[in-house]
Design a protein around this ligand. Structure first.
Ligand code: C2O
Ligand code: CU
Length: 461
């Protein structure tokens, strides 16, 4: 039986696709995966320094075409590798003609560097962001948070991966170095000439799946174990991932880092904003085998293939997955309970939290620093069956239960984004620490966020 993140594919996922759009024109597995090499920081006294210029760039995504994207330093999907205890400072220079508010998703970040829309960097301006990296190892990512332009900015390419490592993780025998690979998954819609086509509402029309910016690539691997870090940077697309004919792989981590224990899995749901880390042992298959990673929930008219792993050589494999990975911290007993009801208003087209759309001049909740809270999140949209994914900034949480039942083993670690299907509910436990200030919580389906599904919390002592 599948032991994936949610027990089964919820029926409410099945929404009407658009007909008439043929499968993406490109043939799958015709381009190699681009393995992303980390950006090189300036190693300054006490921190690593990067300058990220957000600007338009022309790059090749589909073979034989050029695509204008919104880039960091001219590239799609760059990678930053950071170490716990060593701060990263990024100067962001905005050479776009739209505002940009840089946010480290999953980061335990002081308010002034968290990318609040009120601090958006205007065209031609610059701002310095400081990430203390005082949190456990995890796969994080950087994206825009400006209000109104974030969904399009992310769609047009402004998403970077940020790997934070620490001694605990490095002390484990998990695959390392070239066998630890980041895979940024997303969808897009291209015109015949390679133009990225953007329509906030046509999320089911984005039939081209990109991995690290390449359409349905192949990846030549050695017959041994790999650690794969899956990051979904799509605006709205969930991936329901399966390998080969339902091969088993090992789920080792989620948004907030390693799980308490590895979970053998055959199917994983990866919602927008979420991360999963898995270990796949290609040594089981031997040289010559090709395994396709598929999305078992394609929209109507599109191909399910995401990418292919081609086992092409042998290699020594000293790596392993220990039986215990990383315990979840004890957050104590909750002294505050809050409820968040997520809904859609078909009359206005707005997505609402507790019946209200986002208002930058309104503070919705006032959590106290170091107080443990329980949040009950209810997706009340039974009419249209729209899923929602709640993401509070500043600190990761743990899932207490879903519809009153304990979470599956693959959801037993620290999370920062939780998807709740229509008509369902989840309770999470969280505690905000260290940083006071104004932070956001919102749905990570970016169209919903743009249509109002965000609130503000003012965290104080
Ligand atoms: Cu991925 Cu408010 O962020
Ligand atoms: Cu939503």
């Amino acid at each position: 039986a599948a032991t994936g993140v949610l027990a089964a594919v919820p029926a409410s996922l099945v929404v009407g696709g658009r007909s008439g759009t043929a499968r993406a024109a490109e043939s799958p597995f015709s381009v190699p995966l681009k393995v992303i090499t980390p950006l090189k920081p300036a190693r300054l006294a006490g921190h690593d320094f990067y300058r990220l210029t957000t600007r338009e760039a022309d790059v090749t995504l589909l073979p034989g075409t050029r695509t204008r994207i919104r880039s960091f330093n001219g590239a799609m999907s760059p990678l930053i590798v950071a170490r716990r205890g060593r701060p990263v400072v990024i100067e962001q220079v905005n050479s776009l003609d739209v505002p940009f508010a840089m946010h480290l998703h999953g980061g335990h970040t002081p308010e002034s560097s968290d990318g609040h829309p009120k601090n958006a960097v205007q065209p031609g301006e610059r701002r310095v962001f400081r990430y203390p990296n005082e949190q456990r190892a995890a796969t994080l990512w950087i994206h825009d948070h400006s209000h109104h332009s974030h969904a399009e900015n992310i769609y047009r390419g402004l998403a970077a991966t940020y790997l934070l490592t620490d001694d605990v993780e490095e002390g484990l025998p998990l695959p390392k170095g070239q066998y630890d690979v980041t895979l940024q998954l997303r969808d897009a819609k291209f015109g015949a000439d390679g133009t990225l086509e953007w329509d906030l509402h046509d999320f089911e029309g984005r039939h081209t799946l990109l991995v690290n910016g390449s359409p349905r690539p192949y990846f030549e691997v050695a017959a041994r174990k790999y650690r794969l870090r899956l990051v979904n940077t799509s605006n709205e697309r969930p991936f329901l991932l399966q390998l080969g004919d339902g091969e088993e792989f090992t789920h080792i981590g989620t948004d907030g880092g390693l799980l308490p224990a590895p979970v053998p899995t055959r199917m994983l749901q990866l919602w927008p904003g979420e991360r999963h880390e898995i270990v796949v042992d290609f040594g089981r298959y031997g040289v010559g085998r090709k395994l396709v990673l598929t999305n078992t929930y394609p929209y109507e008219g599109e191909a399910p293939e995401v990418m292919r792993f081609d086992v092409v050589r042998t290699a020594a494999d000293p790596s392993g997955v220990p039986d215990a990975l990383r315990p979840v911290p004890d957050l104590g007993t909750s002294s505050v309970e809050r409820e968040f009801t997520l809904s859609f208003n078909p009359r206005t087209g707005e997505h609402l939290i507790n019946d209200k759309p986002f208002d930058i001049d309104r503070v919705d909740i006032r959590p106290r620093l170091d107080a443990t809270e329980t949040w009950k999140i209810t997706n009340a949209d039974t009419q249209f069956g729209i899923p929602h994914s709640l993401h509070p900034h500043l600190d990761a949480f743990r899932i207490l239960d879903r519809n009153g039942k304990p979470p599956a083993a693959g959801e037993a670690g620290l999370k920062d984004t939780v998807t709740v299907m229509a008509g369902e509910s989840a309770r999470i436990q969280l505690k905000f620490t260290d940083h006071e200030g104004l932070y956001m919580y919102h749905c990570h389906m970016l169209g919903h966020l743009q249509m109002g599904m965000m609130g503000q919390m003012h965290i104080t002592r």
